[in-house]
Write a protein that binds this ligand. Structure first.
Ligand code: NI
Length: 135
C-alpha cells in the first residue's frame, strides 16, 4: 500500500506540546503518532454513529464501606452476563477498590451499563474506554 504525504501547519507551542506527549508515549515518529490519532478519531466517530459492536473496559474506583455498594455492583453485573466478559478487582487501601470490567456489545448497551454502574452510590470514578470490536 502506498502512502501520501501531507503537510500540517501547527503553532510552535502546540507542536512542542505534541512532541512532549508523543515522546512520553514512546512513539518513534510524529507520523506514527498522527496516524494513531486519526485512527482513534475514525473509530470514535463510528462509535458515535452507534454502528457495530464495541469492546473495551469500564474502570471504576469505589468505596466498599458505603452501604450496599458491593451488592449492587454484583447484582448489576450478574444481570448483564452478555455484556461483561471479565472483571478484575483490586483492593487499593482499607476503603477503596478498583474494578476493571471488560465489556462488549452494542455501544448503546455498553454505555447504558456503564452509566448504571457509575450511578451507584459509592462509585467515585468511572471511565469507559471502548474500541470497535473485530467481530
Ligand atoms: Ni476490594
Amino acid at each position: 500500500m502506498g502512502v501520501e504525504r501531507v503537510g500540517v501547519s501547527l503553532e510552535p507551542d502546540l507542536l512542542a506540546k505534541f512532541d512532549r506527549l508523543i515522546k512520553n508515549q514512546k512513539y518513534t515518529s510524529r507520523s506514527e503518532a498522527i496516524r494513531d490519532l486519526i485512527r482513534k478519531a475514525l473509530i470514535e466517530s463510528e462509535i458515535e454513529k452507534r454502528r457495530g459492536n464495541v469492546i473495551g473496559t469500564l474502570t471504576i474506583v469505589y468505596d466498599h464501606t458505603v452501604s450496599g455498594v458491593a451488592k449492587k455492583l454484583q447484582n448489576l453485573q450478574h444481570a448483564h452476563l452478555s455484556e461483561i466478559l471479565s472483571t478484575l478487582h483490586i483492593h487499593i487501601d482499607k476503603k477503596r477498590c478498583l474494578e476493571v470490567i471488560i465489556v462488549s456489545g452494542s455501544m448503546q448497551n455498553v454505555k447504558k451499563l456503564a452509566d448504571s454502574i457509575k450511578a451507584i452510590k459509592g462509585v467515585k470514578q468511572g471511565e469507559l474506554v471502548v474500541t470497535k470490536a473485530l467481530f
